[in-house]
Design a protein around this ligand. Structure first.
Ligand SMILES: *Cc1c(COP(=O)(O)O)cnc(C)c1O
Length: 402
């Protein structure tokens, strides 16, 4: 049984720290990491937590303490990772469309670098030759992912270097003497069908012979977690077995022992997180009953951005009669968290909780409508601790020049 925070714990946190508030349950993150380690125990595996899902330093420190490595998409994420105590060898930098100067700066920090563009590969080779190892992000041209906005491996995607450009990659590697130690793919998020990973792995193995110094194959991530009750999740146990077999087979054929890397973001932190909000008003219109809460897509954009389903519970009236609500935020634009959602009767003042709010929740929040960003709280060893103060009015003015 997974570790869950109780309604009482969440209510006490909301009372103490105010709402809206993001709550993260550290041990739940640890539990997900253990599941990954167990599923992929048959291979020589490393896990790089894709921290764009949630970068609070306290969360990063916890994730470092349980033995995971870190995947970063910007130089600032790299700096946060170093601050959280990750060793530079345990950080992988996977940017896209950044200026070469950012790559140079990150190289000075000494972390692993993943290159996703021919132009950058060429500049890197011309500047550093074989003095600094690189990983190459390939685009295997596989359509995958729960939503077009999070599909990254298809033919129209900006990500990676096409596998059809292998000749060009080889030319650059050869003429600049680049030391390519890894190849990478990441085809999207919310991938339920494990065949996507296995097909991708086959593509990776087929290109491996082009890189004699290869040490690892990075399969990215996209592991899906259940959002609705009864929802399926990526069968990582089955995937783990099949990936292990594929690596054994590869080793037999080529005599090469490669590591496999993964970059789970959502899988690590989604289910550890809750967004607790307060119901401001109940509004009856000719068409529906709206529960209007003291939050909005400025705090949790996934429903509006990806049509994502977040399970909602009324934690202060859990035995009330069930009724149908549209749960909406207070932003001046259509700002719907859920249509036609059955909830235990919602009264003004009731706390509602959005589950699965750990990944891409706070991280994608903004000050739209000049509203303040929520506080963040982490629960560890049964104790709740504030890990980010709620914005105050002055934060809206901080960088304004008057
Ligand atoms: C976003 C991202 C991930 C994490 O994806 P999830 O679906 O959250 O697991 C991994 N690798 C790269 C390169 C990413 O951009």
């Amino acid at each position: 049984m997974s570790k869950q925070l109780t309604y009482q714990q969440l209510t006490e946190i909301a009372d103490e720290f105010g709402t809206p508030v993001y709550v993260y349950h550290a041990e739940r993150i640890g539990e997900q990491f253990k599941k990954l380690q167990k599923a992929f125990a048959g291979c020589n595996t490393r896990f790089f937590y894709a921290c764009k899902a949630l970068t609070n330093l306290n969360v990063l420190k916890y994730i470092q303490s349980i033995g995971a490595s870190l995947d970063c998409v910007s130089i600032n994420e790299v700096k946060l990772g170093l601050m959280a105590g990750f060793d530079k060898k345990d950080i992988l930098y996977t940017p896209n469309c950044v200026d070469f100067s950012e790559i140079v700066e990150v190289k000075e920090l000494g972390v692993n670098i993943n290159i996703d563009n021919i132009s950058i590969l060429e500049q890197f080779g011309n500047t550093y030759g074989n003095s600094y190892p690189v990983c190459i992000r390939l685009n295997p041209h596989i359509m995958a992912g729960g939503n077009f906005k999070i599909s990254t491996g298809h033919i129209d995607s900006k990500f990676g270097i096409s596998i059809h450009q292998m000749r060009h990659i080889e030319r650059i590697v050869k003429s600049t003497n680049l030391n390519v130690t890894g190849i990478h793919m990441h085809t999207g998020s919310e991938i339920k069908d494990i065949r996507v990973f296995l097909e991708g792995l086959e593509v990776m193995f087929n290109t491996a012979s082009h890189f004699p110094n290869l040490q690892f194959v990075d399969l990215g991530s996209g592991f899906k977690v259940p959002y609705q009750p009864g929802d399926a999740e990526t069968d990582i146990t089955d995937l783990g077995k099949k990936v292990a077999l594929a690596f054994i087979e590869f080793e037999k054929e080529t005599g090469k022992k490669l590591q496999v890397w993964f970059e789970p973001g959502k899988y690590m932190v989604s289910q550890s997180g809750y967004l607790v909000v307060k119901t401001n008003v109940i509004k009856q219109t000719p068409a529906a009953v709206f529960a209007g809460v003291n939050s909005g897509f400025n705090h949790l954009i996934r429903p509006m951005m990806y049509d994502a389903y977040h399970h909602i519970e009324n934690i202060t009236n859990p035995k009330g009669a069930e009724r149908i609500y549209n749960v909406v935020g207070n932003i001046c634009e259509t700002d719907t968290f859920a249509w036609d959602r059955k909830l235990h009767e919602v009264r003004e003042g009731d706390y509602l909780v959005f589950n699965n709010a750990g990944a891409y929740g706070f991280e994608m929040s903004s000050n739209f409508n000049s509203r303040l960003k929520p506080a963040e709280v982490m629960v560890m060893d049964g104790k709740a601790r504030l890990i980010r103060k709620r914005d105050v009015f002055e934060d809206l003015l901080r960088n304004q020049v008057i």
